[in-house]
Ligand binder design. Sequence first.
Ligand code: CA
Length: 409
Amino acid sequence: MHANNLPSRISGLAKMHLAVLGVVSILLAGDATGPAMADAFDDWVTRLWPEARALGVSRATFDAAFEDVRPDESIYESAGNQPEFVRPIWEYMGRAVSDQRVETGQEKIREFDSVLDAIEAVYGVDRTIVLAIWGMESNYGGHLGDKNVIEALATLGYSGRRQRFGRRQVLAALQILERRDITPELMTGSWAGAMGHTQFIPTTYNAYAVDFDGDGRRDIWQSIADALGSTANYLRVSGWQPGKPWGYEVKVPDNFDFTVMGTGRRAVSEWQRLGLRLPGGGALLHQADEADFILPSGAGGPAFLTLRNFRAILRYNNATAYALSVGHLSDRIGGAGNFTQSWPEDALPLTRSQKVELQQLLNGAGFPVGSADGVVGQQTRAGIRQYQRSVGLVPDGYASLPLLNRLKS
Ligand code: CA
């Protein structure tokens, strides 16, 4: 859903800072390049028209959509922002699954009881999951985003690193306007074009949004029924299995063979044979299903088996921290408690430049991880595990600060 992997909720102060930067750059650019840039943008819009027309967009819709639209400099600041510091998953989840968000979710379940009954009947997606996604995406409608979507996406499409994304999405947004699902003024969203209560980008909207309240329009901005129905439809089409959980926390035995990490998905019964149990010691659930075993913060933190429905949530936003937050928020809204295992708050995740350093050190020490790009993927985790085994550490593949310090010494 989001253009970034991790949905970054920019703080109010940071937003002000970005706004100030935007103003300064506009002032600096004003005399010399301002009018020229406007002309170039107009040319870009002119060249967009034949493509829009080929997709069935009328001239009237096109002109109304682009009336008073100008590149929004602040969006380039947001789009160019590659965060150096990644929040540890426990901080991310602490905010994502706050007591307040759990309580509000429980209130919303009561408030929208009949709509949620209908959604469960049609799509087979549990109400707590639908509520959890609503809570994660827009804080139950508290943060819908106030950018003009055409302007935001045209800005991205016109210039910068996300031109292909912006162009494709603005064309999809024009199709939404052509169908009169929403007016240009009311089609608002995030700087990356994530719209409404569900934060769908336009192509996702076109593929999955539904008119659940039956008024003829797919209105994810103002109709809670449409928004929640669209969320459930998206999950169902993404492979949601009715009656199954996203996954669950597991207990890892002291003698667990960590060499199985990174070897792929296995039947739950196989994980049971390898020693995993429920936190209380009981047998694992859904033994015939396939599951991934994940350690989001390494062997020192909580451990989980994730089932097929976890991957459906990842279709919404392809980040483990996000999907785990949706799953956990759903469970908490349904009355479950916190995870039994606490997070290893001394094992901080690495910054982007520390990840590059770690990768360079691993490559130099004969544990090849490919190019040192600061992204910890499968190859890097495999290299970390090799190194960990070679020095007698638990081979969990987790890129932590203690690991980096050990490699440096
Ligand atoms: Ca509707």
